[in-house]
Design a binder for this molecule. Sequence first.
Ligand SMILES: C[S@@+](CC[C@H](N)C(=O)[O-])C[C@H]1O[C@@H](n2cnc3c(N)ncnc32)[C@H](O)[C@@H]1O
Length: 309
Amino acid sequence: MAEPILKWAGGKRQLLDPLYARFPASYDRYHEPFVGGGALFFDLEPDAGTINDANPRLVSLYETVRDDPDALIERLESFDDPESDPDPTLPYADTTQRGRDVDNYYYQQRARFNDRPYTGEFDPIEEAALLVYLNRTCYNGLYRENADGGFNVPIGRYADPDWVKRDRIRRASDALAAVDVHGRDFEYVLEAADPGDLVYFDPPYEPMSTTADFTEYSADGFDRSDQARLLDVASELDERGVSVILSNSGVMYEPYADAGFNVDTVGATRAINSDGDGRDEVDEVIATTVSEAEWSGDGQRSLSTFDGD
Ligand SMILES: C[S@@+](CC[C@H](N)C(=O)[O-])C[C@H]1O[C@@H](n2cnc3c(N)ncnc32)[C@H](O)[C@@H]1O
C-alpha cells in the first residue's frame, strides 16, 4: 500500500472507509480528476486509469516521482535545515525575485520554488524536490499561492522535520507508473473514462459559509459555476455507464440528491482546518451513482496505520 507524499488541504484519509464501501463490487479503470495529495489513489493503487489536477507544480511532482524517484530522493537529501542560513552558492541567498529580504534557508528555497511563476524557468527535479521540502517544513503543511502564483506560506516550527521520506517516494512511484497523469481541467475525464470505469471526484469544497472557505487550493478559484459544471459532467458519465462517486461539503447535499444521486452525510475531521489550531468536525457528503445493491459494502483497509504527517 502506497501513501501520500504531501500534506494537502482536503486530504481524504478519514473518508476512505465510507468511500470504499460505495465502490462497485467490480469496475474496469479508476480515474481521479482532482487528485490533490491522492489519499485514496495512493491507498487504492489502481491497476489502470488516470489521475489529474489543475495545479501544474503538483502534476509535475507526480511525473518526477514516477519517472525519476532516485534523482528526487538524492536532491531532497541535499537540502539543509529550514532555519539555517541561506546557502550562498544558490540563487536568492539575499533577496527574492521581488526584492524581498531572505532571512534563512527556508525563504531562499521558497524563492527558488517560485522561479516558475516569476521567471517562467524551472528544472522539474529541483521544483519537485522543493515542493516536497516546503510542504514538510512550511507552516501547517499548507499549500497557498498569491495572485501571481507565488507560493507564500511562511516557515513552520518543527523539532525535527523529515522531508526525505524515501520509502514513500519509492512506493508512490510504483503506484503512479500504473496510470496516466494529466494536468488539465477535470472535464478531461469525459474523454478518458469508458463504460464500466469508476470516477472519484473530490473537488475544492463549496464553502459552508463565508468563514469556512476551503476553496483556496491555487490562484484559480473553483466557483459555483464550476460546481454546476461538475454536476453536469458527473451526470453525463452516469448516462454513459461510468460509475461516479463524489465528496463535497454539506451544502451540496440537495443539488446531488436532486440530480438523482445516492447521497449521505458523513462527519469528517479535516486534516487542515481554516485557522490551523484545532480539528473541526464539519459535515461532508458522499454522493454516488452506484446503487446500494452494487456497493462492495466493506471498507478495504484500516485507518490505524496512518501517522498523520
Ligand atoms: C479537495 S482537493 C483534493 C484532495 C485530495 N482528494 C486529497 O486526498 O488530497 C481539490 C484539488 O482540485 C484541484 N483543482 C482545482 N480546480 C480544478 C479543476 N478545474 N480541474 C482539476 N483540478 C482542480 C486543486 O488543485 C486541488 O488539488
